[in-house]
Design a protein around this ligand. Structure first.
Ligand SMILES: [Ca+2]
Ligand SMILES: [Ca+2]
Ligand SMILES: [Ca+2]
Ligand SMILES: [Ca+2]
Length: 386
């Protein structure tokens, strides 16, 4: 009697281990089995007529497909996150094989938290190194504005850093992308501070004339000072016009000389260039440069003299400080009014040669007026000879 032999085509051995289709193996690698895809696509080899079912260990994943030309390709939707061990069975002639060896598929559809992003405190160049923390092993991508800036892979402790060029952008953001390709929301923006510097000052030592704080001066050069941040390059402007003067911030302050400025009214503001980016200009400090002396004042003697004070008057440049001189000695002083009128009185020690000079607010002194000889006689009355 012949013993029946199994027919080769009906063997019920398990199928070979299946594969995760590279097209659904998302993220850093399309062959690492780490994916966020849904559905995932499982492929493998089979025998004609097989009905192939997909399992996660013992759990049927609700997905099956027929063998087509010795292969199958089955979409599995809704596979839960986590490590799946994907095996397949073939059902032939009503009998289901044992499960194939499994393929490991790590399903991760959870985005990392947004990374943190720190700027260097005092960048002095447009090329800067940024750093922060992110999910371990995530790929961090930093944008400057909308342009790629730099990228890094977070270490096991989450630390990352990378270096890029700002290319004129001052706002950086970072995202983290995990191995499966899930990308975080962007970090809070980190900005290079481009707010203007504080209004600068005219150094009192070069604020010549009536006041060392009125901004009216005849100095050349003048000196401008102010505060800044270490790393800044400070530039001086008159309104919109660059004054061709710049200096490095030193210890939080700057000071530079502006030589050869022509006479006139200036509004001197400053900008800071940091990380290759220039701030808007500060509020400007007004400076009036006046190097023109007033004309010599006129000097009129009194019509009568009843002593002891001797009163003189005249006209001078409006607002000028007039000094009455007896010889070389001041004996009185006055400020010329807006219409130029001035008068003052002082005691004279007898015969004198009187003159006057005027000094403007910027400190420019006029020539002296033509001297007038005064002689009077205290014994014989209050008259005088001019
Ligand atoms: Ca992958
Ligand atoms: Ca994840
Ligand atoms: Ca002054
Ligand atoms: Ca003047």
């Amino acid at each position: 009697m012949r013993i029946p032999q199994p027919r080769a085509g009906l063997a019920l051995g398990p199928l070979a281990a299946p594969f995760l289709d590279p097209a659904t193996d998302t993220g850093r690698s399309n062959s690492d089995g780490v994916t966020k895809a849904d559905p995932i696509r499982i492929t493998g080899t089979c025998q004609a007529g097989d009905l192939v079912k997909v399992y996660d260990l013992d759990t049927y994943l609700g997905a099956s497909g027929s063998c087509n030309g010795g292969t199958f390709a089955i979409n599995v939707a809704g596979a839960p996150e986590g490590l799946r061990v994907i095996g397949v069975t073939a059902t032939r002639n009503g009998l289901e094989t044992a499960r194939s060896p499994g393929a490991f598929v790590l399903i991760d559809r959870t985005a990392p938290a947004a990374p943190t992003l720190l700027l260097p405190p005092l960048p002095d160049s447009s090329r800067i190194t940024v750093s922060g923390t992110a999910e371990a092993d995530a790929d961090v991508t930093v944008l400057a504005g909308t342009q790629a800036f730099c990228g890094a892979r977070a270490a096991a402790n989450g630390q990352w850093s990378c270096t890029g060029d700002l290319n004129g952008q001052n706002t950086l953001t970072a995202t983290a992308t995990d191995v499966a390709g899930n990308t975080s929301v962007p970090s809070a923006p980190a900005q290079i501070d481009l707010s203007p510097l504080a209004k600068p000052s005219l150094d009192p030592a070069t604020d010549i004339g009536r006041s060392n704080s009125d901004g009216i001066t005849n100095a050349n050069p003048i000196r401008i000072t102010g505060t800044c941040r270490v790393g800044d390059v400070v530039k001086a402007y008159d309104a919109d016009a660059f004054l061709n003067a710049s200096t490095a911030c030193s210890g939080g302050s700057f000071s530079f000389e502006l030589a050869g400025l022509g006479e006139g009214q200036y509004t001197i503001g400053v900008s800071a260039t940091r990380a290759g980016l220039e701030t808007a200009r500060s509020v400007g400090v007004p400076v009036l440069i006046d190097r023109t002396p007033p004309a010599a004042p006129t000097l009129l003697l009194p019509r009568a003299f009843d002593g002891p004070a001797f009163a003189v008057s005249g006209t001078a440049e409006a607002d000028a400080d007039v000094v009455g001189l007896a010889g070389a000695q001041p004996f009185c002083s006055a400020r010329a009014a807006a219409n130029g009128q001035w008068n003052c009185s002082g005691e004279l020690a007898g015969q004198a040669e009187l003159s006057a000079s005027a000094t403007d607010a910027a400190g420019n002194a006029s020539e002296s007026s033509a001297p007038v000889q005064v002689v009077w006689d205290r014994v014989f009355g209050n008259g005088f000879d001019g």
